[in-house]
Design a protein around this ligand. Structure first.
Ligand code: SAM
Length: 299
């Protein structure tokens, strides 16, 4: 099961009231959605988006009996673009006119991470896929097997903060001259051959940085977030609020700087909200979670 993180502070800061229109942009397995639904009353509505068709199946099953919920297989940025400019060709799909409350809980769900077939986890053996939506064009294996040395280096630098990546890139290029890079084990071996790790935790950190870089690139995660921030002024209601749950420093920085550049919004707490020790003890994913909630300045 994916355990939702920081549920209590999210509910407190979003302060959802009955009848509002709420969007969960990263539905996952619906934990946050269910908690928000409980605040919505009979007349409220919850729009839940996820780009992953497996998560969408699960969300549709979970909320099939609740007429207040609509589930969309879309990226959250795509969903909000459709709120701003509703598509003309599909009259059956109705988007809200504006959004009172928006949540994005970024990154992967436990189910994505723990399923070896998806290729997200460096601890599992499986194909190097990493697409949250398997219909997207480019997988992690495509990137490793076809991108230039410069592009690979830029991806590891920008999305994994892996500054020393020259030998890793050279090793990838020489490996793929003879053989396709297709699974997580091959990538782990290439990383191991490219660095002198004194200690196991340092090796694990390098695995994490390389896998994170590929995942962020393959799923265009930063572009999604930038698009969402750019759309807030036009899609959120007058007294709208938006909550971002991030899991690494680059994501958090992107939110912090992106929101600072929006003059109409203010952060609702002085500092980011973190999980307490009890929550971290019960759910290790909560350790790196940071919550920022923003409201319109005039509300
Ligand atoms: C951390 S999980 C969310 C878990 C959820 N809050 C819950 O309580 O079950 C993140 C989910 O967001 C989805 N996701 C990630 N980026 C997305 C995007 N740009 N648009 C839509 N869904 C996205 C992933 O497929 C994954 O299912």
């Amino acid at each position: 099961m994916h355990v939702p993180i920081l549920v209590a502070p999210i509910l407190e800061l979003l302060a959802i009231s009955a009848g509002q229109c709420v969007v969960d942009g990263t539905g996952g397995y619906g934990g946050h959605s269910a908690a928000m639904l409980a605040q919505l009353g009979d007349q409220g509505c919850l729009y839940v988006a996820d780009r992953d068709p497996m998560a969408v199946d699960c969300l549709k099953t979970r909320f099939s009996q609740d007429a207040r919920v609509s589930v969309f297989q879309e990226t959250y940025a795509g969903f909000l673009e459709n709120v701003k400019t509703p598509p003309e060709n599909d009259k059956n799909v109705v988007y809200p006119k504006s959004v009172d409350r928006l949540l994005v809980d970024l990154g992967m769900s436990s189910m994505q991470l723990d399923d070896p077939i998806r290729g997200f986890g460096y601890l599992h053996d499986g194909p190097l896929d990493m697409r949250m939506n398997p219909s997207d064009e480019v997988s992690a294996a495509d990137v490793l097997n076809t991108y230039s040395a410069q592009d690979l280096s830029d991806i590891f630098f920008r999305y994994g903060e892996l500054h020393q990546n020259k030998i890793l890139v050279q090793n990838i290029l020489s490996f793929r001259r003879n053989c396709q890079i297709s699974d997580t084990e091959q990538l782990r071996d290439l990383i191991k051959a490219s660095y002198h790790f004194g200690k196991r935790p340092i090796m694990m950190r390098h695995f994490a940085q390389v896998f994170q870089a590929l995942r962020i690139y393959v799923n265009r995660e930063f572009e999604e977030l930038e698009t969402l921030i750019a759309l807030l002024d036009s899609v959120m209601a007058e007294e709208g609020r938006v909550a971002f749950l991030t899991f690494h420093s680059q994501e958090d920085r992107l939110v912090k700087h992106g929101m600072r550049a929006l003059p109409g919004w203010k952060m609702m707490t002085k500092h980011v909200v973190l999980a307490d020790q009890d929550e971290v003890r019960e759910n290790s994913r909560a350790k790196s979670a940071k919550l920022r909630v923003y409201s319109r300045k005039n509300s």
